[in-house]
Design a binder for this molecule. Structure first.
Ligand code: SF4
Length: 459
């Protein structure tokens, strides 16, 4: 039987806990009745800060207070056990912290003086309502803005806030207007908010590239999945800092802060120049074969091409869709968005098209347009922008493109900074070009917080 270090430590920790509990539960007191009264309950609970991990905990209650928190380790999928981190284990400092607010306070001194008096809920609610009414009467109800942060963390109270804002005609912001929590490149590139991998899936990647995410420290309950991914494949960390995750990786690529977009474009160019891309995937699942007009940068519409216009008029498509054009053999063809049949579509090419008004324009596939953009991102130029070693960029890129599935973790510290959308769009090219999308252990993941377990990926 093979026991790895994690299982050994888990066993040792379990034995230690059992011993400690055993000594406490079965301790040799002179007064067992007094001890039984002291140990009241063992309660299954969760840690629920906005980290959103919701790790399961057992809370031991003694004399009406939590005396100990222990990871519950009762998830049906054993590789998730135990789950938790030191922040969760330190929750008692918050729950019983001396500054914790337990009842309403009304300020009595100047701002910052720390002078408050205790109030009843009725008084506090009347006070708040009165001040809000004053603002509303003086400046109009729209002068009061409300925001609900991450609706998923409390539907009832946040629903109540939305209802109140609607009734009182206050201005209401969406939670994400305020915190920019989610990566904008996702809807721009993929048309959905985000589709990150469940962490148990990390182990199915053969190459993991991490751009500005310190997984070992910030995703502690899932960090062991990354170490398992390293055992099965390669993990490369691209980060300005030799952070704890870089220290555990197969390779660290130091980079000048915030230059990931240039690196992503440079790596994409290498993949294309060396023909390491998955042409069939690009043809079937991306917009790369669609033709764009060189003069406007917009996609060519079937209605603009005389040979296709009559056919285009007969097609029924939703208002929000358009009939684009692809090149197939020697012909232009309509790409019907309701059928999406790109069979035979050329991935590369530049053509002349005579439009209905008699003018001629140059069109090219999206893939060809991308290649023209990437022409600026030579290895030397990318190395100069990013500070990365050109030989390392080339080796890591070729290695990643030829050892899939490729999984990219793009950290929140990176995508929540300036141009996070552009960096994300550039980095998305790497899994897209290599067809590492929609398969186990592949894709690009962005995590803001420690995500809770959402499904059992083994079943
Ligand atoms: S990962 Fe998040 S939810 Fe889990 S114990 Fe730590 S702080 Fe709590």
């Amino acid at each position: 039987m093979r026991i790895d270090r994690r299982e050994f430590l888990r066993g040792a920790a379990g034995a230690g806990c059992a011993l400690a509990f055993g000594l406490k539960f079965f301790h040799f007191s002179d007064d067992p009745a007094a001890y039984a009264a002291e140990v009241e309950q063992l309660v299954r609970s969760t840690c629920s800060p906005n980290c959103t991990g919701a790790c399961g905990y057992m809370a031991r209650i003694s004399n009406g207070r939590i005396s100990t928190l222990i990871q519950a380790a009762d998830y049906p999928e054993d590789s998730y056990n135990p789950r938790g981190c030191l922040r969760g284990l330190s929750m008692m400092d918050l729950i019983y912290g001396k500054d914790r607010l337990k009842y309403p306070l009304i300020r009595t001194g100047p701002r910052g003086s720390g002078e408050f008096r205790r109030a009843t809920w009725d008084e506090a609610l009347d006070h708040a309502a009165g001040r809000l009414r004053e603002i509303s009467d003086k400046y109009g109800p729209e002068a009061i803005g409300t925001t609900v942060q991450v609706p998923g963390t409390g539907y009832v109270q946040k629903g109540a806030m939305v209802a109140l804002a609607g009734l009182a005609r206050w201005t209401m912001h969406h939670g994400y207007d305020q915190n920019g929590d989610l990566p904008m490149f996702w809807p721009m590139t993929f048309g959905v908010q985000s589709e990150e991998l469940e962490s148990l899936e990390w182990i199915n990647a053969r190459t993991t590239l991490i751009f500005g995410s310190n997984v070992i420290q910030t995703r502690l309950p899932d960090a062991h999945h990354l170490l398992e991914a390293k055992r099965r494949g390669r993990v490369v960390v691209v980060d300005p800092d030799f952070c704890s995750t870089a220290a555990k990786a197969d390779e660290w690529m130091p980079i000048k802060a915030d230059t990931d977009a240039a690196l992503g474009l440079g790596m994409a160019r290498i993949i294309i120049d060396r023909k390491l891309y998955d042409a069939a995937f690009l043809q079937d699942f991306t917009d790369f074969p669609i033709l764009v007009r060189r003069d406007t940068g917009k996609r060519l519409l079937a209605g603009e091409v005389p040979a296709l216009a009559a056919d285009a008029r007969t097609r029924t498509i939703p208002d929000y869709r358009s009939l684009f054009v692809i090149r197939s053999g020697n012909d232009f063809r309509i790409l019907d968005p309701e059928k999406l049949d790109p069979t035979g579509a050329e991935l590369e090419g530049e053509y002349q098209v005579t439009l209905a008004d008699g003018s001629t324009v140059t069109v090219e596939t999206v893939f060809t347009a991308l290649q023209r953009t990437l022409a600026d991102y030579t290895l030397d130029k990318v190395a100069a922008i990013t500070g990365c070693d050109p030989a390392q960029i080339e080796r890591v890129t070729v290695d990643a493109a030829t050892n899939g599935p490729m999984h990219i973790i793009y950290g929140a510290s990176n995508y929540q900074w300036y141009n996070g959308d552009l960096k994300g769009r550039a980095l998305s090219l790497l899994p897209v070009l290599t067809g590492s999308i929609g398969k186990s252990g592949s894709g690009i993941s962005t995590y803001a917080g420690q995500y809770r377990i959402r499904f059992n990926v083994k079943s």
